[in-house]
Design a protein around this ligand. Sequence first.
Ligand SMILES: NC(=O)C1=CN([C@@H]2O[C@H](COP(=O)(O)OP(=O)(O)OC[C@H]3O[C@@H](n4cnc5c(N)ncnc54)[C@H](O)[C@@H]3O)[C@@H](O)[C@H]2O)[C@@H](O)CC1
Ligand SMILES: [K+]
Length: 493
Amino acid sequence: MKILTSAQIRSLDQFTIQNEPISSLDLMERASNAFVGWFCNQFVNTRPVCVFCGKGNNGGDGLAIARLLSQLSYDVQVVVADYTPNASDDFTQNLDRLKTHLNLAFISSADQFPTLSSQVVCIDTLLGSGLSRPAEGLLAGIIHKINALPNKVVSVDIASGLYMDKANGENDPIIEPDHTVTFQLPKLAFLLPQNVRFTGEWHVVDIGLSGKYIQELPTPYWFTDKKAAEKLIQPRGKFSHKGTFGHALLLAGSFGKMGAAVLSGRACLRSGVGLLTMHAPVCGYDIIQISSPEAMVSIDKNDRHISQFPDLEPYSAVGIGPGVGQEPVTIALLEELLDQVKVPLIIDADALNILSSNRSLLDKLPPNTILTPHPKEFQRLAGESGDEYERLELARDFAGKYQVIICLKGANTAVILPNGEVHFNSTGNPGMATGGTGDVLTGIITSLLAQKYKPAEAAILGVYQHGLAGDRAAEQKGQIALIASDVVENLGW
Ligand SMILES: NC(=O)C1=CN([C@@H]2O[C@H](COP(=O)(O)OP(=O)(O)OC[C@H]3O[C@@H](n4cnc5c(N)ncnc54)[C@H](O)[C@@H]3O)[C@@H](O)[C@H]2O)[C@@H](O)CC1
Ligand SMILES: [K+]
């Protein structure tokens, strides 16, 4: 799914209005109906509702929603923030459509904010995608009052005061909703952890904006939903054999960190690879043989750290990093590997830290190498950034400069391609913030690379399946009890 800027959404609305064609008022009615469909599933009509409206089209949605909900026997109250004499046409028309008996008040001071029982669900339609400056005065006052309530709050399209596609100021007044119900497409703001307070749980409802025009609009931002991920999975042919699915080489583990190697190897095996060889220091031999009988083991001459790698000829992909440490022998190994490797490569964990502290190695990265840093590793690699929007730009610059693929790990892991595309992941949960899950991801992606998935697809699909397995694991164990092995055990393709 594409993620568009607010300017693109505006032009998409206009295109749909002109070409479907549909009047702007009818499109607002459709959007309001879509919201109400979601709302009725979430809150029964014995819950009283208070709709807070601005005077633009987001406020127009609010008036239409108030009318539709009251037709469905919800007890509805409407508060219009009278912050400007100018109302949008569709707001004014929806005001006319409201039955006069509806409880409606225009307020011009936050002191007139109503007293609400805690049962009331607040619907926030003060400001939507038209936000052009931080909320202030009356709007800011109302936003602060709503945020101070214990009540459930649902924002329509986007929390009032939140920009869709750029950073807000630290003290901007912004609604902190429990839910955001957004129209047609997810918004960039929802995918960045810094905005989690201003997003709540978010949901997309279809309002029939032109699919053809969405296809045409250029954007670097994408959201990997189930449909997008499933399209990437390559079916297995009837006559395939283990040679069809490649031979992966994982360079992983050191004394005290063999678990990272094991997790990575098991995830690799569970992701469809034909053959797996794990290269480990001497201390890892028994551990790997016993824990992963499906894997072959190549043993280093060094007892505790890897310092060499086997002849690369048999392998169709190489993964390096989980648990390897940063000993000088391992640094030398990485340099030699970068000089020699001719097959797709993924670099993770300590191998990334080696790159950060030996920056001349960055120029040796083969094109389309996949790097999987968490935010701290990325900072070591690419430097500081002021906020997450800046970090994303930094990552796009870095991916372009070195022609690599970056999986910036976190909630909604962002896969950043050398051409600047950013693919946000839709799966995963906070239970996965636990040691070893990154090693699992490395194993999955190594496996896909070995099977000849294109590196960009291996990264996008691998990140998606990793999160999906984590979601399945969380369903079974709960987020708090979840450990990395559960993610491996829940891989399913
Ligand atoms: N026909 C359409 O274009 C549709 C629009 N829809 C709704 O319309 C919204 C966008 O409506 P608008 O473009 O009218 O904009 P908003 O309703 O977001 O804002 C109203 C107007 O307030 C002004 N404004 C911006 N920031 C302000 C601030 N901080 N303080 C005071 N005033 C400010 C701007 O001039 C803006 O146009 C969407 O979020 C969505 O809810 C939906 O009904 C779907 C169809
Ligand atoms: K809103």
